[in-house]
Design a protein around this ligand. Structure first.
Ligand code: 13P
Ligand code: SF4
Length: 307
């Protein structure tokens, strides 16, 4: 039996569902039940009838699945798959900041790329796919603190006109794209459109024809009136886009150092580790119940507000 067949057989025995983020390698995406962005995967995790959720993405994504499914087993192929955004906002630092600024009575909006402990300190969660919608529903009389991604936060401010205080975190992958690297690839492909993720810097977003979440990139590329499209996000996205939009020429956005950008955390997962975690039901995501219940409230608020 090859690895893929073994995974499919184990999946049936375990009554498991395999969820994969758009940044996973092609072989993992091809064996998954659902491939999507953070928002789509959060909905899938909430509605699944499976006993076991195998989350092929990074740790905070698997943890999110556990928060909304305390009774299920949630495993991920590599427990070390972290995220630079999550690391940029340790919960004790956020708690200390909120305590020092208690008089402001902040309404805290946390991008889903953060730990469960940060979620537990927040009023509502958002993803890049619904951030504009969530910010538009924030109580108008309360100042907003947006954590942890300053680039996404700045983009949402531009879209909504709502002022927010921004935690100074960033995605180490998306800040590698520069104005020069994108201008160079644009010069190589005159007439190409540019689609970029909102975690990119302001200078790069200014060069984009569209700024959106990974899932929205699919609809954008499918309906774009041109064949050449430069995709400024993590390289895994290209596999999904090429499958969904076979008539388009999808060009990876380069950085100053590389022809495309890989997230080293997303790429820790492999087909072999996916097989192993299904066979061993390990590594598992576990959460202390008090913390989980606190983190669930802002997540459920997000799911409600983004319908
Ligand atoms: P999406 O919500 O667009 O899937 O993005 C998640 C992410 O980690 C981007 O770097
Ligand atoms: Fe985190 Fe960036 Fe990797 Fe997404 S691409 S998981 S934001 S480090």
């Amino acid at each position: 039996m090859d690895l893929t067949q073994e995974i499919l057989a184990l999946k049936r025995t375990r009554n498991a569902v395999i969820l994969a983020h758009n940044y996973q390698t092609g072989d993992i995406q091809d064996v998954a039940d659902f491939v999507g962005d953070s928002l789509g995967l959060a909905y899938q995790a909430k509605s699944t009838a499976a006993d076991v959720i195998v989350f092929c993405g990074v740790h905070f994504m698997a943890e999110t699945a556990k928060i909304v499914n305390p009774g299920k087993i949630v495993v991920l192929p590599d427990a070390d798959a972290g995220c630079s955004l999550e690391a940029s906002c340790p919960a004790p630092d956020l708690a200390a900041y909120l305590a020092a600024n208690a008089a402001k009575n902040y309404y805290v909006i946390a991008y889903i790329n953060c730990s469960g402990a940060v979620k537990a300190l927040s009023d509502v969660i958002c993803t890049s796919g619904n951030a504009v919608k969530i910010v538009n529903q924030a109580p108008p009389e309360r100042p907003i603190l947006f954590v942890p991604d300053a680039n996404l936060g700045a983009w949402v401010m531009e879209q909504t006109g709502r002022k927010m205080d921004l935690w100074q975190g960033s995605c180490y992958v998306h800040v590698e794209f520069t104005r020069d690297s994108i201008n160079r690839i644009k010069a190589d492909h005159p007439g190409a459109l540019v689609v970029a993720h909102p975690e990119c810097t302001h200078a790069v977003r200014l060069l984009a024809d569209e700024v959106c979440s990974t899932e929205k990139m699919i609809a954008y590329c499918r309906t774009a009136p041109v064949r050449d499209i430069i995709v400024v996000t993590e390289s895994g996205m290209l596999h999904r886009l090429r499958k969904e939009c076979p008539d388009k020429n999808l060009i990876a956005g380069p950085t100053d150092r590389c022809a495309c950008a890989d997230c080293r955390y997303m790429k820790l997962n492999t087909l072999q580790k996916l097989r192993d975690c299904l066979a061993d039901l390990h590594p598992r995501v576990e959460m202390e119940e008090g913390l989980r219940a606190k983190a669930e409230l802002p997540l459920l608020r997000m799911l409600e507000q983004s319908r």
